[in-house]
Design a protein around this ligand. Structure first.
Ligand code: GLA
Length: 518
């Protein structure tokens, strides 16, 4: 009887517990429903932008809404921001997000609203400019998350690969074509380079910049997108013309244009490039900024330097990190044959001269095998006059800079071709002594730069950065030139009268007189 009474009581207790559990469950489901109804912005949202090249670039808004507060992250092309401030809610909100980029903080402002189950969102670049709205859909949790950080390797010196004994010469797709580069265009450029006399003048590398990439296959092998159906076949084509093929990637998960980078696949990508027959790699920091500090750059660049060497194929290694962390001091140690010293060039007089004339302090870091790279040429792209392009070519030659044409070689004017193929100026650039030129005299807008050449010769460039023609007197002794036999004007292609202690010459506005003194 006693035990019967007990089990009856247990049954009642069990029933009560079960009922309590059911109530708790129902309440918590209802609460969760209530929360998501109250905080409908919470979730991972993706804007998908399919390109004609078949590659879908996605931006991610990983949001957490708690009432009137929105936190989370934004990943857009190469940038990964944390939301720092928010106002508003589903019917209209503003997000301010920041990220650390080297020494600088980047800041973006997005504005959006929930429309049914889509996020209509856009970036406001300037208060007075309208935003371009994009539509984000809900994406699976975790998609687009920043990959885990791989610790940088310990530093060691990467052996010299023996390449680029003189500054590399060739062509690069970015300045003219940016994302509009494809297989057919590259073939056309290779044909033009071989046919036009550019190849004979020394141009050899045909470099594909950003936007050739797609995703990875199941084994992690990098894939090309529709614009480049067969990279190996393209390399074969270029090689048959007696030219070499270059490619582009990033140590980060994303390239600057938001395509797939080499992060976590460095050795594998280097092997792929070698198997395709690639001869040159431009390796662009871009998305690596989300995972590494500037101080870690040498180790990260060293990784690809090692990887390229291990392939056994001669591949010129071009560092592109905009000159941060005084790259000229360590670029050679990580295997670099050249390193960008500045941000991107534009096809304007101010951009070109702003970059070119700022290179003076870096002269001592250039040497055979290892060059300062003030960025690719804009000659022939239409933003400057031919006089200004002659200055561009002359200045780059004085700087022992890589000569990578950035125009459409298939349709250049005779004047552009003549500038790019001036063999006497090219000979200065390619001088085997490999000493970069320096400014030796300046008065107002006029400057004289000299560059020591092999065989005891000297290149002298008289620049006029002013708005009017200027008369400049080149006083030989002041330039340290005491014995001179032949002085040749490299743009007029003629020897000049060398009697006297000075040479007075009229230099056109934005122009140059370039001499070789023997
Ligand atoms: C960066 C580089 C450019 C070019 C683009 C491609 O801006 O500095 O030279 O490679 O990326 O996205």
């Amino acid at each position: 009887m006693k035990s019967e009474h007990l089990s009856h009581r247990n049954f009642i207790v069990g029933l009560i517990i079960m009922a309590a559990l059911v109530v708790t469950m129902v309440v918590s489901i209802a609460m969760a429903q209530q929360r998501s109804a109250d905080d409908p912005l919470t979730g991972n949202w993706a804007v998908r932008s399919p390109g004609t090249d078949g590659y879908v670039r996605s931006s991610y808004f990983n949001l957490r809404q708690e009432g009137s507060k929105i936190t989370g992250t934004i990943r857009a092309t190469q940038f990964y921001y944390k939301i720092k401030e928010s106002t508003g809610g589903p019917e209209g909100f503003t997000l301010i997000a920041t990220m650390q980029d080297g020494k600088n903080e980047r800041r973006v402002q997005y504005e959006g609203k929930l429309v049914e189950n889509e996020l209509h969102i856009g970036r406001r670049n300037r208060p007075d400019q309208p935003i371009t709205e994009q539509v984000a859909q809900r994406a699976p949790d975790g998609e687009g998350a920043m990959p885990a950080r791989v610790e940088p390797p310990a530093l060691h010196k990467v052996p010299y690969n023996g390449l680029a004994k003189t500054p590399p010469m060739g062509w690069n797709s970015w300045n003219k074509f940016a994302g509009r580069i494809d297989d057919a265009t590259v073939r056309g450029i290779a044909d033009a380079m071989a046919r036009s006399g550019m190849k004979d003048a020394g141009y050899v590398y045909i470099n594909i910049d950003d936007t050739w990439e797609s995703g990875r296959d199941a084994q992690g092998n990098i894939q090309t997108n529709k614009k480049f159906p067969d990279m190996k076949a393209l390399a074969d084509y270029v090689h048959k013309k007696g030219l070499k093929l270059g490619i582009y990637s990033s140590p980060g998960p994303d390239t600057c244009a938001g395509y797939e980078g080499s992060y976590g696949h460095e050795d594998q990508d280097a092997r792929t490039y070698a198997a395709w027959g690639i001869d040159y790699l431009k390796y662009d920091w871009c998305g690596a900024r989300n995972l590494y500090t500037d101080e870690e750059m040498p180790a990260i660049y060293q990784k690809m330097g090692d990887a390229l060497l291990k392939t056994g194929r001669p591949i010129v290694y071009s560092l592109c990190q905009y000159g941060r962390l005084d790259v000229w001091k360590w670029g050679a140690d990580v295997g670099g044959n050249l390193w960008r010293t500045t941000g991107d060039i534009r096809d304007t007089w101010d951009s070109m001269t702003g970059i070119g004339f700022r290179q003076n302090a870096l002269a001592e870091f250039a040497k055979p095998g290892h060059w300062n790279d003030p960025d690719m040429l804009e000659i022939g792209n239409g933003g400057m006059t031919d006089t200004e392009y002659r200055t561009h070519m002359s200045l780059w030659a004085m700087l022992a800079a890589p000569l990578l044409a950035g125009n459409d070689l298939r349709s250049m004017t005779p004047a552009t071709l003549a500038i790019l193929t001036n063999r006497e100026v090219i000979a200065v650039d390619q001088d085997k002594l490999g000493k970069q030129g320096k400014q030796v005299w300046k008065a107002g807008d006029q400057e004289i730069w000299t560059r020591p050449l092999s065989g005891g010769a000297t290149a002298v460039a008289v620049f006029n950065r002013g708005k009017d023609e200027a008369k400049v007197s080149v006083k030989w002794a002041e330039l340290g030139i005491v014995k001179k036999k032949v002085v040749r004007d490299l743009w007029l292609h003629q020897d000049i009268d060398t009697a006297g202690n000075e040479y007075a010459v009229a230099v056109p506005s934005h122009g140059v007189v370039m001499l070789r003194v023997k």
